[in-house]
Design a protein around this ligand. Structure first.
Ligand SMILES: N[C@@H](CCC(=O)N[C@@H](CS)C(=O)NCC(=O)O)C(=O)O
Length: 214
């Protein structure tokens, strides 16, 4: 069975799921979501694909799954990969995925979107505030990863894929040179990228790459 992933190349949330499928060796095909043409805001798309108006959505046969954390958990359980080995590890995985969705991806993705893809010049006060929140969340990850190889335990889990999703985009998009500013994060990203089957976001997701506006 081939999974169908509704996605587009700029979506780090979709990239989290694409990475999981690739690293699990699962066949999948992309279904392009024309996000920048407003597809996720259309009533028909919300009716047919996701009432929350968000990518990614994973089709697993009759199942239509949304929220990258739910999709990652579904895949980890179904294929017995990257979900943590014990109850304690599984709790850690969930803990970091929740942290990622609230404090990590949320600020990074919003900052990058306003910087790169928003035609209107963003408010510098908003960007400064987002940068502060991003730096605080990154400092937490940097401290944790200085002491171990993966974020939720001794081995790669879906929590790593969730946290790392947006960090794999080019420096010109998010503005960080990881090796210079966050060396433990840089080493962790290299560890993930060395996993068999790994591809970058602009290699595996559909839709033209857009040059950052600023
Ligand atoms: N928590 C969600 C976030 C999904 C999300 O924000 N997706 C973006 C694209 S990366 C989106 O479709 N946003 C539409 C919108 O906010 O209107 C997840 O992890 O899947």
């Amino acid at each position: 069975m081939t999974y169908r992933l509704h996605c587009f190349s700029q979506s780090g949330n979709a990239f989290k799921v694409a990475m999981a499928l690739d690293l699990m060796g699962q066949p999948w095909e992309p279904v392009f979501v024309d996000f920048f043409a407003g597809e996720t805001r259309r009533a028909e798309w919300r009716e047919a694909v996701n009432a929350m108006g968000e990518a990614p959505v994973l089709e697993d046969g009759p199942l239509m799954l949304s929220q990258s954390g739910v999709i990652l958990d579904h895949l980890a359980r179904k294929h017995g990969r990257f979900g943590g080995e014990s109850e304690a590890e599984r709790r850690e995985v969930l803990r970091w995925i929740l942290f990622d969705n609230h404090k990590f991806t949320s600020y990074l993705a919003t900052f990058r979107f306003l910087k790169c893809f928003m035609p209107k010049e963003p408010d510098p006060a908003v960007m400064g505030w987002l940068k502060g929140r991003m730096d605080a969340a990154l400092a937490i990850a940097e401290k944790e990863l200085a002491g171990r190889d993966f974020i939720a335990g001794p081995a790669l889990t879906i929590a790593d894929l969730s946290m790392a999703g947006y960090l794999f985009y080019p420096a010109e998009e998010h503005g960080y040179d990881w090796a210079a500013s966050h060396p433990a994060i840089a080493r962790w990203l290299a560890r993930i990228a060395a996993m068999p089957g790994w591809r970058g976001p602009y290699e595996c997701l559909p839709g033209a790459r857009i040059a950052p506006l600023r």
